[in-house]
Ligand binder design. Sequence first.
Ligand code: GLA
Length: 886
Amino acid sequence: MRWLTTLMLILAVLVPLPAQAATVDKPPLAPTPPMGWNSWNKFRCNIDENLIRQTANALVSSGMKDAGYEYVNIDDCWMATQRDAAGDLQADPVRFPSGIKALADYVHAKGLKLGIYSSAGTATCQGRPASLGHERADARKFAEWEVDLLKYDNCHDGGIPAIERFTAMAEALRATGRPILLSVCEWGANQPWNWAGELGHMWRTTGDIADRWGSMVAILDQQVGLEKYSGPGRWNDPDMLEVGNGGMTMTEYRSHLSLWALLNAPLIAGNDLRSMSEEVREMLTNREVIAVNQDWAGVQGHKISDSGDLEVWAKPLSDGGAAVVLFNRGAVGAEVATSAAELGLPAAPAYEVRDLWSGQETVTLGKVRASIPSHGSRMYVVRRGVPAKPVPAVATAVRTDTEGFVKPGQTFAATVSFAVDGLPAVLAAEVALTAPEGWTIRPEGRTGTPVVVPGRPFEARFAVKVPGDVRKGVFELPARATYKTVAGDGAEREEPGYGSVIVAEAPRGSQWLSDLDPVTADVGFGTMGRDRNIGGNPIRIAGVPYGKGLAPHAASEVTYYLGRGCTRFSADVGVDDGSRNRGTVTFHVLGDGREELAATGVIKGGERATSLDVDVSGVLALTLVTGIGPDNNNNDHSVWGAARIACAGPSTTVTATPTEVEIGAGGTFEVSGRLVADGTEPITDVRLAPSAPAGWTVSGQAAQAERLEPGGTLAGSWQVTVPAGADPGAVELPVAATYRAQDGSTPSDSATVKVLVRPAGVVAVKEAESGTLGGAARVSNCGACSGGKKVGNLGNGAANHLTLGALTVADEGEYRLILDYLVSGTRSVFVSVNGGPAAEVRVSGTSFAVPATTTVKVALRAGVNEIRFFNDTAFGPDLDRVMLAS
Ligand code: GLA
């Protein structure tokens, strides 16, 4: 048989094995999901040994240690910027003067464990020394310091496959002989659920969490389907907790913690434990929620139902019960429901339902449901059996006959139902509905009943009137049912119901989405830009400018009401150039019930826009979602460029030419305008004309049409004269259209011509930002500047200059160069005309926000001139505008 062995050996060498991790004999840690604290979410690089000591103290004094939180994890930035003479990692001497061993001793003395951080790269994500190629030495140091956990990150990977890099560290840790928990942090980029469990004890499944609702739910969505990979000793890690960091409401934090507990996520608090509120402390130490997370069977919870915004997540427990989170991620309150059977519980006459946040215990015959406010949740453990003194489970719900959306002035019907889901019946039920101030509510019939039995809910109807002058947005309609139980303590009880409606008006005709108000806009950072990027600058994707568009920072969810009246949504999607070729984003267009109508793959910063053209016929509400891509949400400046919706109804598009005019006082220029009827119905009594400011004159008749069919156009042109005494500066001249729609309404539309009135004697005006920039010179926003912008970073090197060309004068000769600049102190700018010798212009000022003016003489030639502004040795002033006067 020797030949067979030889043949097998040859085959083993020739047939490449699929890439997979070697099985490292990892230490048996983390039978249940690890719990602890980590410095990153709250403190970033602003950490030191006092913070770590105080946090260890706080873990003990707050009761968190007793609740199970064990690891005190120092994230990035603990290490000195250089390795020591022996080539070893060393602690930052300023921030951690006592060293890591001393901290480990301190933390151990408190009965806690110490975690540390490095990256499987040439540097950490914050640019500190990291462990790629130093695995053995660094692991030895961590063991020598008596560290108990290593969070191993993925930045600066040196182009080496992740599995290789993480295997090297797992083996190095193993070789130390010290049991060190390995937390794999490669952001879910290489499907770590397939291999990281062989090496470590937990692995990140996504990019970084941010302290934002949108980020939390985006991460939640990425957990679906991963439940089968986790179990004792190997956990999916949807990233650390943000509870208590201030960027979400307490309702949202409660959902975050409930869901993370159910997902068997490592519960790693990320807030300042030294100063947390009592409410946050109580939330983090809820023993029953933690018990679900730490259940020894280690079966991860997963989503069992999803009807758009309403989700049910469930987890089987080792004692035969089931934990459940009823979750409402929508903008309006709603009932979320499941049943004992759907939770996988065996058939039984009745079930105990324990609310883990209120501590209330009730009994149900099978239904498990509750009314849940927007972004809220309820978390229960459901088991077979009946408590000694059963109190029946009840549910209050608010329904309207509106599909959730109402118009100003509308009257609608709201029904409050009160149901009993367990035994025995309840008595003296009374329901009430509350409306926002200024709204009226009238009950239509009874609001109470003496007895409510299971299967026969009591319903009360109300007529609700929305005021005519109401703002748009979400309005709550809270309800309440009060009742008495026969059994139990017989006390009066109360069950809330969370109803809401959204005041919205459906768009008509073709519209830019950036001209409409969204119903909700949850964004990953800052506020959504409309026709501007999130930095307030013009939108650009791979160099292409977009005058119109939406710029939400991913992860984002922005919803518009369409009222089933629209047919198409179109946009060019990509990452804004403001992210400087960084950032990775995905785009998803969702219809009602979160149905995906269109989606892109991952789009990177610097890539050309992808055009979307989506059929939205019959869609009531359109949701535009951007995801954070495979890495974290840094630089994820997602843009829906030229986002447009085509809807039924009248619509026009007006354009005017030129879009910009520069003219002296007393001068006359020509403007032409054009209107396209681009809606789905004819428009009548159409009129188009410039509407000039007082004192200006417009000659030429308004363009008029009695009726325009869809696709019809109307055009006109006019002579506009600026009064001789007009003040210099920018003036907006609208070319305005009015018309009558078929429903009798009289909408208007316009396009604007920007007129720059030159001061007397001025023959040419140029905004600095219109010039050619060299080197580090940059355009920046400046509220007090003409055109709202200036050029900064001029000088301090020959490369950093500004050139203004196309300065046209009629005659050769000496002119006055009027320079609007900004500076605090005194600086010089050098001026060179048509490549000639440089003249120094010394300027002084008090502010980089408000321009000042100086005048110098320059010699120009007849026709086109070019002027260069620079300073080869020192910084120059910022420049706002340049004018030439005779
Ligand atoms: C990455 C990780 C974060 C954090 C930072 C530190 O972004 O995913 O959790 O550790 O690095 O730089």
